[in-house]
Design a protein around this ligand. Sequence first.
Ligand code: NAD
Ligand code: ISE
Length: 334
Amino acid sequence: MTLRIGMIGPGGMGRAHIERIHSVISGGRVVGVSDVNADNARAVAEQIGGTAFDSSTDLINSPDIDAIMITSHGPAHEPDVIAAIEAGKYVFCEKPLAPTAEACVRIMEAEQKAGRKLVTVGFMRRFDASYREMKQIIDDGEIGEPLMVNCAHRNPTVPEFYTWDMAINDTAIHEIDTMRWLLGEEFVSARVDKPKKTSLRFEHLQDPLVLILYTESGVRVSDEVFVNCQYGYDIQCEVVAETGAVRLSDQELVQRADKLGRRNRLTMDHNQRFGGAFVTEVQEWITAVTEDRHTGSSSWDGYAAAVVCDAGVQALTADGEVPISMMDKPALYA
Ligand code: NAD
Ligand code: ISE
């Protein structure tokens, strides 16, 4: 059986997912699209030989669509995720699940009413081979208890529509989710340190910044977010533990040696850096949906990340630590 996928918002991320699904991933095909930009929906539908739906509601409720992928902008996710749940269809939603914790709570309420987990949030780093090996080393107790984690999330540049809060709820959200998963703990406080700003940024941004988070057991996570670093898409992570440390290795498979020295190429965007993780993530989702089971990050993970983001955004304009408190986890997500 080929899973018939309907995609809402086939922009940059959506088209990259379509390319993967139609080339290296098996078991699924994007057969319908919708977009607020109807011209875009028509163009993508023509490329894939599928249907351009007039609205996301029509796409979600179509009997010709088995499962939904949402790759529109974060603020647009909530109504479509809820409509997919109400239609009883599995839905893969790109991060963030929704821009605020309250919106994520509404999504969890809809899912609890449906009585089963239908929502997968696109936190792809959980599927990255390097992060997975790092987690295995920690979980096996090979380096003792983690004490500190130092992360860096650098992008070459960001467009002018990237607002000041997006450093946290669009960019750092990746480390927030990955660290919850890697350490198996929730965060209890957030602080933002604001170093000297790069001159190569839009005026409205604090760039770079450092988000400092503490977990329940006291692990300190620092996340340097620098989205106008110019030189590459550079993702770093080192876990310092009681008897050892483990860090992500560099990004490319080969190292060149020549008159200029020993060096490797740097990736320039998320699709290059996390191409393998995206393939594994979407393949696992298609396989799971075909077998009528949930996989990947849940709405609870989307909510937990949003709570930390809300505190981080607050910390951007406040001095000192902002406490983080989460609701009790509903039984559906236990
Ligand atoms: P984009 O602007 O390239 O594409 C978004 C598309 O959604 C556009 O075609 C736009 O017209 C459409 N759209 C907007 N509002 C809509 C609505 N209400 N209904 C239907 N369509 C709508 O943006 P993008 O870079 O592809 O980002 C899309 C999503 O993917 C975001 O949630 C973003 O955070 C996420 N993303 C994830 C990663 C990652 O590393 N996992 C990387 C980039 C983007
Ligand atoms: C973008 O939305 C992503 O998710 C990328 O992975 C991240 O690096 C970038 O900062 C975000 O804007």
